[in-house]
Design a protein around this ligand. Structure first.
Ligand SMILES: NC(=O)c1ccc[n+]([C@@H]2O[C@H](COP(=O)([O-])OP(=O)(O)OC[C@H]3O[C@@H](n4cnc5c(N)ncnc54)[C@H](OP(=O)(O)O)[C@@H]3O)[C@@H](O)[C@H]2O)c1
Length: 290
């Protein structure tokens, strides 16, 4: 069931990160619910946002450029931009914004191997700023996105083989449409204030199984060929992944090997229907791998 615009009817909702996997879906869902939507992007000309959305230029890394877009806004979907969320939230409060829904990460709640890194730290810091913002707040904490597997597309197109580390690392990949469904509810309806929603997909899958299932959706075999971490490291560095991100990824995935990933019922609890499966995500995105 699509939520409908309730008491926020006469005001605008501002979506940041609006051209991203999640933000673009939030924009679509808010429009479908009949809301007035302003979508923030650093590059309006390239944004390809739906005609019904008002497109605003702004860069979260330069909060003064976001302020004009906050005028007349009742609720804000906040993409977590490291270092500058504080001033954006202060401006939001001063300009009369009432509600914020923040995109965070389930890693904030982890305590295991690989949990202590700069990405977790900045999400945690922004969560604290959201909690202290004086706004009505909800934090949405997704785990690994199904959309991350798109990074395999060139290898799948070329050879039908994904070469990567830790084939047996397990994740309960979450569909970005489910994240957007939950965020949209939190933006439009009552009863989500103060909630921290940990969102996962419905099943724990190894990376080898994820690749196999993409193959099933494609109708031809796809296999995951495990390479040693050193080989994966070299490849990521060659692909210009920042060095700290490379180490973080390897350490994090190493900690997931042979461990069933957490599965939560939060998507269903909030939306009233089960989380989308990875098979469904793969079927709906098969064109990306052709
Ligand atoms: N991927 C995962 O597995 C995972 C897991 C847990 C949590 N997360 C969270 O989800 C985020 C990724 O979400 P996503 O996939 O929807 O995003 P995405 O597809 O990576 O897109 C990022 C969006 O943010 C906007 N953006 C980036 N920096 C900005 C800035 N300084 N000012 C304004 N806009 C900026 C970009 O818009 P323009 O270029 O149009 O300005 C773009 O639309 C991660 O950063 C993390 O916080 C991800």
């Amino acid at each position: 069931m699509t939520p409908t615009v309730g008491e926020l009817e006469d005001s605008v909702l501002l979506v940041t990160g609006a051209t991203g996997n999640v933000g673009r879906n939030v924009v679509g869902r808010l429009l479908a619910a009949g809301a007035a939507v302003r979508a923030l992007t650093r590059d309006p000309a390239a944004a390809r946002l739906p005609a019904g959305a008002e497109v605003a230029a702004g860069d979260l890394a330069r909060p003064e450029t976001v302020e004009p877009a906050l005028k007349g806004v009742s609720a804000l979907f906040l993409f977590p931009s490291p270092g500058t969320a504080g001033p954006v939230l202060r401006a939001a409060r001063e300009l009369g914004v009432r509600r914020v829904v923040m995109l965070s990460s389930s890693a904030v709640g982890y305590s295991g191997e690989g949990a202590d890194n700069s990405v977790v730290a900045y999400h945690r810091e922004i969560e604290h700023q959201v909690e202290d913002s004086g706004l009505e707040w909800t934090v949405v904490r997704p785990g690994a996105f199904a959309a991350n597997t798109r990074q395999w597309a060139p290898q799948i197109r070329a050879e039908g083989v994904v070469r990567g580390p830790f084939a047996e690392a397990e994740m309960s990949l979450v569909d970005d449409r489910d994240i957007a469904d939950v965020a949209t509810r939190a933006l439009l309806s009552e009863g989500h204030s103060g909630a921290k929603y940990t969102l996962t997909g419905p099943e724990s899958l190894t990376q080898a199984e994820q690749a196999r299932r993409i193959g099933e959706a494609l109708g031809r075999p796809v296999r995951y060929e495990e390479v040693p971490p050193d080989v994966a490291r070299e490849r990521m560095i060659r692909d210009r992944v920042p060095a700290d991100m490379v180490e973080m990824t390897l350490k994090f995935q190493a900690g997931l090997v042979g461990v069933r990933a957490q599965v939560t019922s939060t998507v269903e609890d909030v939306t009233g229907r089960p989380a989308r499966t990875f098979d469904q995500w793969a079927a709906d995105h098969v064109a990306d791998f052709r």
